[in-house]
Design a protein around this ligand. Structure first.
Ligand code: HEC
Ligand code: HEC
Ligand code: HEC
Ligand code: HEC
Length: 200
């Protein structure tokens, strides 16, 4: 069970469809049946898209195969976002936001949702906050280098079907970058997006 709620992107039906066709479709053809399922989800609501803590694997698992991206992500404010909740960290930002710099916020249910990824043992804004919970798609049968090389479209479609978000959209970001953040800074998606792409 989750002991706090994980922020979910608030995706409207239209935007979801648009995101699906413009992003996940970019280079991997997805079977018609998938679109049908998606349409059904759109029509009947999206409650069962929600993740539970057990759906996440953590950045350490992604690291095994995506070492270069992991190493660059590790240096980002996202990777270190849990640190800000510790006593005497980010003192100035906390004072400005009317928070107590001496207080330990690392167990605070009103903070951890946006400063961890799905559970307290996954500190910071990890891979899965942007790419979707990875238990299914990170399996060695789906994200398999040999198979992916041989049949990129098929493997990619399998990954997307298993929940991979190839290209995060604005809704993924604003699940956290919103006014519920005590330190909220207006969030300009177009301007901020290039900062989170991984270097070549
Ligand atoms: C068993 C090894 C393995 C694991 C574990 C793994 N991946 Fe992958 N992943 C791959 C391979 C191989 C590809 C194919 C493309 C490539 O070579 O980078 C890939 C592709 C991707 C893509 C790009 C898909 C595309 O072409 O647009 C994303 C995004 C991704 N992985 C994210 C993740 C995340 C996030 C995790 C952890 C939750 C993860 N992967 C875990 C091996 C792995
Ligand atoms: C803050 C959001 C965010 C986080 C966190 C994040 N990514 Fe990404 N990732 C992106 C974006 C944006 C792209 C580029 C998508 C595009 O435009 O093609 C991307 C692309 C990728 C790709 C495709 C290859 C590439 O370089 O474009 C892989 C593989 C990947 N990410 C793996 C990971 C792994 C592994 C982690 C954790 C160590 C991670 N990502 C963390 C946003 C994120
Ligand atoms: C799970 C919550 C979460 C998600 C999802 C998320 N962020 Fe963040 N982001 C944070 C937190 C928390 C920080 C502050 C980290 C710190 O400085 O300690 C941050 C910091 C940043 C920063 C650097 C500091 C700044 O404000 O200039 C950028 C840039 C950024 N995020 C962009 C994005 C983009 C773009 C996306 C979507 C692709 C995204 N974020 C998704 C929580 C999130
Ligand atoms: C709705 C998501 C969300 C919640 C809830 C949230 N934060 Fe954040 N936090 C963010 C984001 C996003 C940033 C990046 C700056 C911003 O707010 O736009 C951030 C930045 C910060 C920073 C500044 C980090 C730095 O290095 O300068 C501190 C400190 C912080 N948060 C503490 C807290 C505390 C303490 C709580 C609970 C009382 C909390 N946050 C709750 C999303 C959130």
């Amino acid at each position: 069970m989750l002991w706090y709620s994980v922020p979910r992107p608030a995706i409207s039906a239209g935007r979801l469809r648009a995101a699906w066709t413009t992003t996940n479709h970019r280079s991997c053809a997805v079977k018609k049946i998938l679109l049908f399922i998606l349409l059904a989800l759109v029509l009947f609501g999206l409650p069962f898209i929600a993740y539970t803590a057990e759906d996440y694997v953590g950045a350490q698992k992604c690291k095994v195969c995506h070492m270069k991206i992991f190493k660059s992500w590790e240096q980002t404010p996202h990777a270190k976002a849990f640190e800000a909740l510790k006593p005497n960290a980010a003192v100035e930002a906390k004072q400005k936001a009317g928070l107590d710099p001496q207080k330990d916020y690392t167990q605070d249910a009103t903070c951890v949702g946006c400063h961890t990824t799905g559970a307290p043992d996954r500190p910071g804004v990890q891979c899965e906050a942007c790419h979707g919970a990875g238990k299914q798609y990170s399996s060695a049968t789906i994200m398999n280098r040999t198979r992916w090389k041989a049949e990129p479209e098929k493997q990619c479609a399998m990954a997307v079907e298993a929940g991979l978000v190839r290209v995060p959209t604005e809704e993924h970001c604003t699940a956290c970058h919103n006014e519920k953040s005590p330190t909220y800074k207006p969030f300009d998606f177009k301007a901020r997006y290039p900062d989170v792409k991984h270097p070549e």
